[in-house]
Design a protein around this ligand. Structure first.
Ligand code: HEM
Length: 132
């Protein structure tokens, strides 16, 4: 049986309590009926409805049993070059910008450490020469 390809628009269209689809590891699942049975509650699933829930799903560290439940809810595979990939690309771009800021802040600190050591050295010389 050929796997159904789910588009980004289809995924987004199933983001309400009446019909909830989740994208997890490139596959789309219909979790509408599972909502009331979820041991982690319905709110966490509703928050991810119609979106890529891979990160949220993995952050919890779901058991193998939880993973095996997914097979019954499979709708199809997510389109390969979907918009979510574009979204994650912009996400990584912004996080590398954050790294740049962190590096900049780090290099500011790099000036103070040697300056502080130099100051300490001269203070030590001043005091030790005065006491002789
Ligand atoms: C269709 C997808 C999902 C399935 C089949 C599923 C299934 C389960 C199962 C069976 C458990 C019990 C513990 C375990 O066996 O790991 C559980 C717990 C939990 N799930 Fe999910 N889950 C899904 C999606 C999500 C999502 C998207 C979130 C979002 C954050 C989430 C959050 C949690 C939390 C917080 C718990 C822990 C509850 C507790 O220990 O009190 N789950 N889930």
């Amino acid at each position: 049986m050929a796997t159904k390809i789910i588009t980004y628009d289809e995924l987004k269209a199933n983001g309400s309590k009446q019909s909830i689809w989740l994208l997890i590891h490139g596959k789309v699942y219909n979790v509408t009926k599972f909502l009331d049975e979820h041991p982690g509650g319905d709110e966490v699933i509703l928050a991810e409805a119609g979106k890529d829930a891979t990160e949220a799903f993995e952050d919890v560290g779901h058991s193998d049993e939880a993973r095996s439940l997914l097979t019954d809810m499979l709708v199809g595979e997510f389109e390969k070059d979907g918009e979510l990939k574009v979204k994650s690309a912009t996400k990584s771009a912004s996080s590398s910008a954050a790294v740049n800021t962190a590096v900049q802040q780090g290099s500011n600190l790099m000036y103070f450490v040697p300056l502080g050591l130099l100051g300490a050295y001269f203070a030590w010389r001043y005091y030790s020469s005065g006491s002789v």
